[in-house]
Design a protein around this ligand. Structure first.
Ligand code: ADP
Length: 597
């Protein structure tokens, strides 16, 4: 956790990268805010002095006029600087900070993003950019307020100290009590922060996620509405209660502040009038000191409220930094040269064990296996046996907790992780197209960087040609309506084909297909199996399925259960073994036969 001054420097420095002049506006604004009340105070007192001492004011009227004019100009300068500082700091938040957190959330290692703690860090980091009144922007907006009132406070303290020092003692005691109450309120706020942030997350999910049409069908069919509405109601009530509890603490601080203000002003009046009557000061000094004392409480209030706001924003800014500065776990420095990796690639799992972060169940156990260069491996096994997890380990999304993975006998951690990922074309089970055009989805690049010929070649191979030709906007059709109202939704099977086309377009030396046919009809599935050889030409490949009939076209099969290899060999060998594989294979083919009949 960083201290408040460190974070103030951090936030300002980053904002300067958006607009270097922000610093200039800030300084001008602070100076103007300090000078304006002082000029007014001196001028009034000077005029009263002249009037009460029988000095002819007329010759000085020109000077007074000039001062008023200068004051006006300073006011204008102040408004100018303040306005620019104000809205530019909003843009600094939306450009510099938003861009940074978005970039970090899609470039950081998946291993530190996917787990619950990673999601929590991200959502808390995002909260610090939610609006003008929290986190980063709150800090930017409160910084000038704090400096103005703190410097003002110092100047006025010196003046009070010279004239009526004991009054200062009274002020300090009252301010101390006030500060304490605000401090308590802040401390409470910090204490309930996790609760508030949990409620915010739940609220966000209900409001923004569950209203997504993709849940709409199920919500209606399974009549989940009353449940969700109740949940929404209960979350809202809990949020309101929590806010009320926080507000009560702040209210106490505010009320005490008003009472103290009243006492402070009353005593100051009485004291000043008494010393004027005593003849210790003249009327001009009286007016000057009265101005100082009234201003004094303004500075105290200003600096404490700005300080409290800064402290509050500091919690958020710390959360922001906690996310963006969270250390990656893979190698992001220069690694071994990826271009020198010989293809086809040999893959070796050596004593690999894996437990997901924040869980204690080992989901991959003592996994030892070598995939020869150019070999086609089928990975089969029941749901939850660890097939996808193995893919995540192999592709560098997670590091094994035990053992190591080697490509061509070199530990994969020796490569730069981004270089390493270039070696893979993967269709994940839950891969989803983005809301851009089909063209861009296949190439994973903007239109102008897409290779047309290659696009048509792979979409034909993946069986998507007819679908594309049937669309009015052809390959430039958008998926979903986020970017284009004429965008379309693809069926499950079409999505799988699109994801396959994307993998083929990348044409990486290792091809991994995780349940790529689960949404395809038998005819399309059969077509895909037949085309598999052409997809994998010259590549090492891993084909995952729980449909055992799909494995016949692979060179070898791994039968996985509970994170461990139970059986391995060719289809023939495994059938001859008469073990689990054969048992499941026979059961499944029986279903298929019945279906065919
Ligand atoms: P399969 O692909 O064979 O269906 P998975 O690799 O998806 O199996 O899952 C293996 C085990 O790991 C399961 O028990 C599953 O619940 C668990 N698991 C999968 N993903 C995560 C995750 N992100 N965090 C924690 N546990 C997970």
């Amino acid at each position: 956790m960083y201290s408040l001054p460190t974070n103030m420097r951090y936030v300002l420095k980053k904002s300067y990268t958006y607009d270097k002049k922000l610093r200039l506006y800030l300084i001008i604004h602070i100076l103007c805010e300090l000078v304006i009340p002082l000029i007014a105070l001196f001028t009034t007192s000077a005029i009263i002095y002249m009037l009460t001492n029988d000095i002819n004011v007329v010759p000085y009227l020109g000077i007074v006029g000039l001062i008023v004019l200068v004051s006006l100009l300073i006011q204008i300068l102040n408004s100018w600087a303040f306005n620019l500082y104000n809205w530019r700091s909003t843009f600094a938040r939306t450009s510099v900070f938003f861009v940074e957190i978005s970039r970090e959330s899609i470039t950081k290692d998946y291993e530190i993003i996917e787990p619950k703690s990673g999601q929590k860090r991200l959502s808390e980091g995002m909260t610090s950019l939610d609006s003008n009144w929290v986190g980063v922007e709150q800090m930017l907006k409160e910084t000038p307020k704090f400096f103005v009132s703190a410097i003002g406070l110092i100047i006025y303290t010196v003046i009070v100290l010279i004239y009526i020092p004991w009054l200062l003692v009274l002020f300090v005691v009252m301010s101390g009590v006030n500060l304490y109450l605000s401090y308590r309120a802040n401390k409470y706020m910090k204490k309930v922060y996790p609760e508030a942030s949990k409620l915010n997350r739940e609220n966000y999910y209900l409001k923004n996620e569950l209203t997504d049409p993709k849940y709409g069908k199920d919500i209606r069919i399974y009549e989940m509405q009353p449940w969700f509405l109740r949940l929404f109601d209960s979350i809202t009530k809990r949020r309101v209660k929590l806010t009320a509890r926080i507000q009560r603490r702040y209210l106490l601080a505010n009320i005490s502040d008003s009472i103290f203000l009243f006492i402070r002003d009353g005593i100051s009046y009485a004291v000043l009038i008494l010393i004027v009557i005593d003849g210790k000061i003249d009327v001009a000094t009286f007016s000057f000191l009265l101005g100082i004392i009234f201003g004094f409480s303004g500075w105290v209030n200003g600096s404490t409220s700005a300080f409290n706001a800064l402290r509050k924003s500091n919690i958020d800014v710390n959360n922001y930094r906690k996310f963006v500065e969270y250390e990656n776990v893979f190698n992001h420095e220069e690694g071994l040269p990826i271009s020198e990796v010989k293809t086809p690639i040999k893959i070796t799992f050596k004593d690999v064990g894996f437990t997901y972060p924040e869980t204690d169940k080992e989901v991959i156990k003592n996994f030892n296996f070598s995939i020869n260069a150019g070999e086609k491996i089928a990975l089969v096994g029941p749901n939850g046996s660890g097939k996808t997890t193995l893919v995540k380990l192999l592709t560098g999304l997670y590091r094994p907790t035990k053992g190591e993975i080697l490509i061509n006998d070199v530990n994969i951690l020796k490569y730069n992780i981004n270089d390493y990922m270039k070696l893979f074309s993967v269709v994940f089970q839950d891969s989803e197209p983005t809301a851009f055009t089909i063209y861009e989805n296949v190439s994973s690049k903007p239109i102008e960087e897409t290779d047309r010929e290659r696009f048509f070649e792979v979409t034909e191979k993946a069986g998507l040609k007819e679908k594309i030709e049937s669309l009015p906007n052809k390959e430039y059709t958008y998926i979903t309506k986020h970017f284009d109202t004429e965008g379309i939704n693809l069926s499950g099977g079409e999505t799988q084909k699109l994801m396959l086309a994307r993998a083929l377009y990348k044409n990486a030396p290792i091809l991994i297909l995780d349940e790529p046919t689960s949404a395809l009809d038998p005819l399309n599935e059969e077509k895909m199996y037949q085309a598999y050889d052409s997809f994998t030409e010259g590549n090492t490949s891993l084909f995952i399925s729980h449909r055992l009939s799909s494995t016949k076209f692979c060179d070898r099969i791994i039968y996985l259960e509970d994170g461990q290899i139970k059986e391995t060999g060719t289809h023939k060998e495994l059938m001859a073994l008469k073990g689990k594989y054969k048992h499941i294979f026979d059961t499944q083919s029986q279903y298929y036969k019945e279906e065919e009949n």
